[in-house]
Design a binder for this molecule. Sequence first.
Ligand code: SF4
Ligand code: SF4
Length: 167
Amino acid sequence: MTLMERLYLPSIFKGMAITFSHIFKKTPTIRYPEQERPFAKVFRGLQVLNRDEEGREKCTACGLCALACPAEAITMEAAERQRGEEHLYREEKYAAKYEINMLRCIFCGLCEEACPKDAIYLSETFAPANYKRNGFIYGKEDLLIPNPLTQPEEYEKAKGERAPATH
Ligand code: SF4
Ligand code: SF4
């Protein structure tokens, strides 16, 4: 081993040259949340429970989404629609409880594909960070889209580009 090699000087200069060559390159990091990275069109994020154009919940608690879910992340409890609740629920049966465990969910979109009612879809947003495990259990109140009749602005904001057509 030569003296220069023993001093590690060539390797040090080589390493420094690589470091300096990166200083003037465009940084790949984004200053989130001030800056937001555009997602791909196919990005699938947080689930939304959909309503129809009259603001009624579309979900009929058939359970197909839970059956299709490979992560067993969905649980629900069905209830019968009562007389006078026709303006709240589109079908005779509805989900009194609907939960998704975001720690299990792999955002595969199979729940959306399995749903015969266009009642659930994956939006362009994602589940925010949380310090507690319970914070990742999303209930119906977290997933249900705002009512388009009573909260039109919130509805438009929450809807996103991946929403299926209301009918
Ligand atoms: S996106 Fe996939 S893993 Fe997540 S709840 Fe739907 S079916 Fe389950
Ligand atoms: S979201 Fe769709 S598939 Fe899941 S229970 Fe409701 S209607 Fe059935």
